[in-house]
Design a protein around this ligand. Structure first.
Ligand SMILES: Cc1ncc(COP(=O)(O)O)c(C=O)c1O
Length: 438
């Protein structure tokens, strides 16, 4: 056996110090803290792939607009809860120009990251109609959404969508929806963590089910335009980012500015509510959410209670970024396509050293290169692999915490890995492979 790049003793002790009973099941933030400490003590830099943070500088147009807004004094003033008018207008334009969908700016609401949008929507949608009190997740997915459900004591159900692609999706969805308790469905597209991308055929099926069973589709576009096989970045020109909103009125979108515009730190995202859903009435909402109109209940009952709106200066930043994108003056895809290029190289390093790509197919095509990829190693469960690879200075998360059925798998995020770390990554993977022949 070759010595591992990180002393086993340091990793084991830090796991105990952090009171982590099963490192393979630990949440992303717990792994992050653990690896920070191991790096400090060992003096060795990890190949860090656990957290989905942007690895690029923020969109500079946003930074400049935000500084300017702060200088004007907006920090002293409460922002409108529904969002500043210029931002609402630009969000509506963005939805038209990049999704080819019409929406009234009234339903375009800034939130404290998509994360807050999700929190608000889960709460409201599960209280909209009597008996409809359960969210259905099309997994694998982002673990924090389920944590939000636990926190609010809301019910959820889920299944791993990988084996139900294409036409098979209809029957699978119906098996859940016909029970009548599902209020809403959530999926991310491209998918975190598997990077599968729903086709228009699948989005039509999802829309058909939404209409048939009166279910709201929450489409999480955290990785907007980042299926790099296509170029969705030219305003007003096809191809458009595929969306369920083309095929039903029962939708609500989350568009994050964290990854597409590298603006995660300012915690600003967009919740976009279809005109139909915005105006949906339910007397059940009045008592807890102050209005019987869905959109008003969202703004004045929910977002108001959570944070009284979204950071004033960040709203000016996002308005400026979107305006530049909408006017065709800033192509965000050019900035972020580096993620796909890195993924391509990193996947090769893994597969050349005995690792397998877990979610390797997008129906009948190879999975695209993007922000995440998934891997496994014969003979290891994902939980075992996570721990074992810490000794090799490589950190990621286990797919087990994402609702995936692929319990042997791991999720790797490419964003924080610098190209100058690739030789290190290769040497560590080779060492792992030599020590674990199969
Ligand atoms: C699928 C998905 N949804 C939502 C989010 C959160 O986005 P935001 O930073 O806008 O809250 C993430 C972030 O990693 C994500 O991967």
């Amino acid at each position: 056996m070759k010595d591992t790049p990180i002393k086993r003793e340091i990793v084991d002790r830090k796991i105990i110090d952090n009171n982590i009973a099963n490192v393979g099941k630990a949440s992303i933030r717990v792994i992050k803290k653990l690896v920070d400490e191991i790096e400090k003590e060992s003096g060795s830099r990890f190949v860090r792939m656990e957290m989905g943070v942007p690895g690029l500088p923020p969109a500079q147009i946003g930074v400049a607009a935000e500084i300017e807004a702060l200088k004007r004094g907006v920090a002293a003033i409460y922002p409108d809860i529904q969002g500043i008018p210029e931002l609402k207008q630009e969000i509506s334009r963005f939805v038209k120009l990049f999704l080819d969908v019409d929406v009234n700016p009234v339903g375009c609401i800034p939130t404290v990251g998509s994360m807050q949008g999700g929190f608000a929507a889960f709460l409201l949608l599960n209280n909209l109609h009597e008996g409809k009190d359960t969210t259905l997740f099309l997994d694998p997915g982002f673990p924090v959404h389920k944590q939000q459900h636990r926190l609010m004591d809301l019910k959820f159900d889920s299944f791993d969508v990988y084996n139900y692609r294409g036409n098979k999706l209809r029957d699978k969805l119906e098996s859940y929806l016909r029970k009548g308790n599902i209020s809403c469905m959530l999926y991310s597209n491209p998918n975190n963590p598997s990077w599968i991308c729903f086709t228009d055929e699948e989005l039509k099926i999802i829309a058909e089910m939404a209409d048939k069973y009166n279910v709201i589709i929450m489409e999480d576009l955290a990785y907007f335009g980042m299926d790099f096989r296509k170029d969705y970045s030219v305003p007003g020109q096809p191809p458009y980012q595929p969306t369920v909103a083309k095929y039903t009125d029962n939708w609500l979108l989350f568009i994050s500015s964290s990854k597409a515009f590298s603006y995660a730190g300012q915690r600003i995202g967009m919740m976009v509510i279809s005109d139909h859903l915005f105006n949906t009435k339910s007397e059940r909402l009045i008592k807890r959410f102050t209005s019987n109109i869905f959109g008003n209940a969202m703004i004045f009952g929910t977002v108001y209670s959570l944070s009284s709106g979204t950071s004033h200066s960040a709203q000016y930043a996002l308005a400026a970024i979107l305006k530049a994108v909408n006017d065709g003056k800033y192509n965000f895809r050019n900035d972020v396509k580096e993620y796909g290029e890195k993924a391509h190289i990193m996947k090769k390093l893994f597969t050349e050293n005995g690792f397998k790509i877990v979610y390797d197919k997008d129906i009948d095509q190879p999975i695209a290169d993007g922000f995440y990829f998934t891997y496994s190693y014969p003979g290891f469960s994902g939980e075992e692999l996570l721990k074992e690879m810490l000794y090799y200075g490589i950190s990621a998360i286990s797919l087990a915490i994402t609702g995936s059925e692929k319990l042997e798998g791991m999720r790797a995020c490419v964003s924080l890995v610098k190209r100058n770390q690739f030789p290190d990554l290769e040497a560590r993977l080779q060492c792992f492979h030599e020590n674990n022949p199969y």
